[in-house]
Write a protein that binds this ligand. Sequence first.
Ligand SMILES: Cc1cc2nc3c(=O)[nH]c(=O)nc-3n(C[C@H](O)[C@H](O)[C@H](O)COP(=O)(O)OP(=O)(O)OC[C@H]3O[C@@H](n4cnc5c(N)ncnc54)[C@H](O)[C@@H]3O)c2cc1C
Length: 418
Amino acid sequence: MTATTVRASAGEVRTELEAWLDENWDPSLTAGEWWRLLSEAGWADPSLPENAGGRDFGRDQVQAWSVTLAERGVLGPPSGLGRMLAAPTIATHGTQEQIDRYLPSILDGRHAWCQLFSEPGAGSDLAGLQCRAERDGDEWVVTGQKVWTSGGQIAQYGMLIARTDPDAPKHQGISYFAIDMDQPGIDIRPLREMTGRALFNEVFLDEARVADADLIGGLGNGWRVANTTLAFERAGLGSAGRSPASATPGPIAGALGRTVTDFLGKPSEGGVPRLGSDMWQWFVELARKQGRGDDVVLRDRLAGLYTLIEVNRLSGLRAKAGGSRTGAEGNLGKLAMSELFRQFREIGLDILGAGGMLAGRDAESNGAIQELALFSPGPAIYGGTDQVQRNIIGERVLGLPKEPGPAKDTPFSELPKN
Ligand SMILES: Cc1cc2nc3c(=O)[nH]c(=O)nc-3n(C[C@H](O)[C@H](O)[C@H](O)COP(=O)(O)OP(=O)(O)OC[C@H]3O[C@@H](n4cnc5c(N)ncnc54)[C@H](O)[C@@H]3O)c2cc1C
């Protein structure tokens, strides 16, 4: 890996990456070949520490990396929850052996991951989860149900939180595992949403097995590890800066063997729209094409939308550059992203007018705006709902009183269950 110190300026990052791209980018490569090159050079996720395959980059350096990849029009690193959540969580809490075992195949896209957190009775109240893991020698036996598991049907591994001690207080009896999804005890059933796609699944674990060596962050420490995952989720979901085209990792998704150019210039990936200034620019061009370029009301709304994108992007940069000032930056970013989805939906459908009622290939741009509109309620729910983000800001940042509930040290087994 080329040496880049933590102190490299954004400009230096750009220069080094551009030189590397001049030498390595080749449109005839497959996604799998390209991701391996990116990963070996430490460009797959430079925000990770060096011992985890990254470059220890701070936020503005990461921004320079992402914008450079986007501007050069190359395929970015593997998308999905492996790189976004599992990699930084394992890098934070895992042993070096676990880092060496799991991160390389996340960074070069060989493996996809899913997040086995939510349950039918534990979403906002995640610590109320009932899926249990019981020790059996060097292994744990896991039984329970998870739901809303995005990408479960294409994942090789799952970030699993399960109750390992029902007699400990609610938050203390939980442990965090990396579980192999391809085993007889795991049944994955897709759930179809109103977009027509099945992005997420319900997952039934019936005496599924996971090795003790795959316990991440120590026994009973799962709530802390899960909060690390959730913090990365909020930060990832809340950032609306320029990002390169992306594709889904893992052998089941089918991207590994396809040429990199197949994924360039798409407004969404796997059904999830990529919001930001590129999408905004596309809206402006669409408005002009529909003869709405001089519509002052629409221009005003587009200007407001652009302002929100920029304010959110700059807030993210400022939070990292000057450290966290309130502790709520991630929550605020996530709330802003929910609002961006709503505004993109409203303005997009306004631009299309009656054409917004068409779908699929009959519609402008193959129905990308319609798909965005149908997907738009999701971001206000996943990664912790908007209401939950506001609760966190109220209680942990503004110091408002907590909601009443049983004493914190009550054993989980004595709590009323959902
Ligand atoms: C597109 C999508 C993808 C997802 N992907 C995943 C995934 O990959 N893995 C995973 O584990 N989960 C995933 N989820 C699940 C998501 O994290 C949960 O849906 C979310 O945490 C809310 O939980 P719930 O659905 O059980 O709703 P509930 O917790 O039952 O909430 C119902 C409503 O009550 C409100 N509410 C609940 N408690 C409070 C409170 N204390 N104060 C104020 N209001 C409250 C909520 O805001 C919400 O409006 C996904 C969800 C979506 C929509």
